[in-house]
Design a binder for this molecule. Structure first.
Ligand SMILES: [Zn+2]
Ligand SMILES: [Zn+2]
Length: 104
């Protein structure tokens, strides 16, 4: 009939399996985090390419927030430290076309 030992080992193997999944999940999540971090770093380069003419647009410099007027040195697309405003695009200084914020 019912074999209690089989039941216990079945429960045990489920626990072990869950443990193994957890064990693999952590480094996978960590690896994904690193990839996301690197992708963000890539976007936070000191220049991006214009979507229209391909010219380099410098995004590292001294900027003034369009909403509150706060001025800071850093990345154009990073949120304002005071009001959190994030510019949706940057204008190319070669062809004047706009390139969307790659972080949005
Ligand atoms: Zn351009
Ligand atoms: Zn601001």
């Amino acid at each position: 009939m019912d074999n209690p030992r089989g039941k216990v080992s079945g429960k045990m193997s489920r626990v072990v399996l869950r443990g193994a999944i957890e064990l693999y999940r952590v480094p996978i999540m960590a690896a994904l985090g690193v990839v996301r971090f690197l992708a963000t770093r890539e976007l936070l380069d000191d220049a991006i390419l214009c979507a229209t003419c391909g010219a380099e647009i410098a995004i590292l410099g001294l900027w003034e927030c369009g909403r509150c007027g706060y001025t800071w040195a850093g990345w154009y697309f990073s949120p304002c430290e005071i009001c959190g405003d994030t510019p949706p695009y940057i204008s190319c200084n070669v062809c004047s076309a706009s390139t969307a914020n790659p972080l949005l």
